[in-house]
Design a protein around this ligand. Structure first.
Ligand SMILES: *Cc1c(COP(=O)(O)O)cnc(C)c1O
Length: 367
């Protein structure tokens, strides 16, 4: 079976992990500090604050902006659930805006239409590794005095124009979960160019203490361990090459499948640097098989696939019935959730794997 993702810890990380274990410094220390400073040029931000995972990164980021009960956050219903859980955790109300089927990200016009007097922040998710069209929402957000938060959990090294993911938001987050483009098993990075926000994040991360037992705010323990920083650090040097490999794999797949009737291959939009966290096709009504049938046919031909994500968030009972979720229907997100299918694109695929994926697709669709 050709797997959808492969987790491979670089050799150099093994040495660093062992050194960290032997150093006696197991939690937030010099390796975490190195991870933060070496990620800074990648995200185009002066400040990087490493935390335990991407979900608490989002919670801390929104908390650092002062978001809480009574505030509204606008985001996409077509995302990993953490995006919404973080806002709910803080007591905020979540309102969704619809997406575009060209990049699977928030539709800027839909976002502008959702801004209301209580809206404090928009959380833009760069789904599958391609950045949302942030330029088109910049002026509506500025006019309304609404803050931008980037959920770049899937977009390490992605770009829009000359600017990297993470550099547009007042605060942005990245995940280091095991299958992300940079991984530590678990981990998260929060990025900002505001020293005030960075200062608040560092307090929140460590029980609200600036120095030991000097509490300045209510905080928590969001710290990352040295062992996790040791796993992630060597990947920063190879990130660009790994992302290029993903991109070359995506080009190969697109060349092999884009003529198939009813199949829409994912596109890199103008001005974007797509880092292909996922390679996600749409299986439309014109295809010979529906999405689930195609996934099954590919499985029997040795190709693992994934569905990210099977439904818009507000269609799950716990969210639809939640008092702080606005379940207004989003027609594009609902259609796309039934069409998406992710094929393997990870950097450890051999050319024979890519050829096998294309052959399986053509065979399954009788092309
Ligand atoms: C992975 C992910 C997160 C959460 O990250 P964790 O490190 O798993 O907590 C948040 N948002 C999106 C879009 C993600 O893909």
């Amino acid at each position: 079976m050709i797997p959808l993702s492969v987790v491979r810890v670089p050799r150099e990380a093994e040495d660093l992990v062992l050194a960290a274990m032997r150093s006696g410094q197991l939690t937030q220390g010099s390796l975490v500090a190195r991870l933060e400073s070496e990620f800074s040029p990648i995200c185009g931000c002066e400040h990087v604050v490493a935390v335990a995972n991407g979900t608490v990164a989002l919670t801390a980021a929104l908390a650092a902006l002062g978001i809480g009960p009574g505030d509204e956050v606008v985001t996409t219903p077509f995302t990993f659930i953490a995006t919404v859980n973080a806002a709910l955790q803080l007591g905020a109300v979540v309102r969704f805006a619809d997406i575009r089927d060209s990049d699977f990200c928030l539709d800027p016009e839909a976002v502008a239409a959702r801004l209301a007097p209580k809206t404090r922040a928009v959380v833009a998710v760069h789904l599958y590794g391609q950045m949302m069209d942030l330029q088109s929402i910049a002026s509506p957000l500025a006019r309304a005095g609404v803050m931008l938060v980037e959920d770049a959990a899937q977009a390490h090294g992605a770009g829009l124009g000359d600017s990297p993911a993470g550099s547009f938001g007042l605060v942005s987050i990245f995940s280091l979960y095991a299958t992300k483009n940079v991984m530590a098993g678990e981990g998260g990075l929060i990025t900002t160019n505001s020293s005030e926000v960075a200062d608040r994040l560092k307090l929140l991360r460590n029980q609200g203490m600036r120095t030991r037992y000097a509490y300045e705010s209510i905080g928590s323990n969001y710290r990352l361990t040295e062992l996790q920083a040791a796993i992630a650090l060597p990947q920063l040097k190879t990130l660009r090459d790994m992302n290029r490999k993903r991109s070359a794999n995506a080009d190969y797949l697109t060349a092999g499948i884009s003529d198939l009737p009813g199949i829409v291959a994912p596109a890199q939009l103008p001005d974007r640097t797509h880092v292909w966290h996922q390679y996600t096709i749409r299986v439309t009504g014109e295809a010979r098989l529906n999405r689930d049938q195609l996934a099954e046919e590919l499985r029997t031909r040795g190709v693992q696939t994934g569905v990210y994500y099977p439904r818009p968030i507000y269609l799950y009972d716990v969210y639809r019935e939640h008092p702080r979720i606005d379940p207004e229907p989003m027609p594009v997100a609902e259609r796309v959730a039934g069409e998406v299918l992710s094929l393997p694109v990870h950097p450890h695929l051999a050319e024979s794997d890519l050829a096998a994926i294309v052959a399986a697709m053509r065979d399954a669709l009788h092309a």
